[in-house]
Design a protein around this ligand. Structure first.
Ligand SMILES: [Zn+2]
Length: 205
């Protein structure tokens, strides 16, 4: 059986599906990103899944993937915040026509970790939903797909996912990355490394 067939079989068989999306999924330079997310939705829409992404371009929000089942801890550039952080308000795209803070008049900026003073309230409600979901995976057959997560922000997905896999006896992980697919001993026997760019791999899945 090929790795692709194995993954498809495990998606069908798992009770919980955790997906991590990292650096390789930045839409910049990938013209068909929308198609990849649509494909992901087709593959997983009937599963009990949760997606954690460090990508901040907001492309995933345009996809049909269920938004109550995803969290973007590094933020979302299409959501706007005050560049001076005079308020914790966060606005949807186009909600403030001039892109200027209605409280203090400062320009708005993307609600991401790139902002000088990142307003974390944007993702915290979904983070709460995620931690509750994750707590419910402990004794369940858990499949973890880690797609293109390197070492830009390893504390968000990479290291916590390794820990999740190491403590769940029924878990299995695929770490797919063009350069950094290596696995630590803590997940030995419970994880497979696929050394291939994860968007290219996913396109062929
Ligand atoms: Zn302001």
């Amino acid at each position: 059986m090929t790795v692709n067939e194995q993954i498809l079989e495990e998606i069908a068989a798992c009770e919980k599906l955790l997906i991590g999306i990292g650096e390789e999924w930045k839409a910049e330079g990938i013209p068909d990103m929308g198609i990849l997310y649509e494909k992901m939705n087709e593959l997983i829409k009937d599963k009990d899944f949760f997606i954690v992404t460090t990508v901040t371009d907001g492309e995933i929000l345009k996809s049909p993937l269920e938004q109550s089942r995803m969290v973007a801890p590094c933020g979302n550039a299409t959501w706007r915040q005050c560049s001076k952080t005079c308020t914790k308000d966060i606005w949807e795209p186009g909600e403030i026509p001039q892109d200027v803070c209605p409280h203090c008049g400062a320009p708005l900026t993307g609600n991401t970790i790139e902002a000088e003073d990142y307003i974390e309230e944007g993702y915290l409600p979904q983070w709460k939903a995620f931690t509750m979901w994750l707590a419910g995976t402990l004794n369940k057959k858990l499949l973890v797909l880690e797609l293109g997560v390197g070492f830009q922000t390893p504390t968000v997905i990479r290291w916590p996912f390794e820990k999740t896999v190491s403590i769940n006896k029924k878990s299995h992980m695929y770490r797919i990355h063009g350069k950094f697919a290596q696995l630590p001993d803590t997940v030995k026997g419970k994880a497979d490394a696929v050394l291939e760019n994860s968007t290219e791999f996913f396109r062929k899945l």
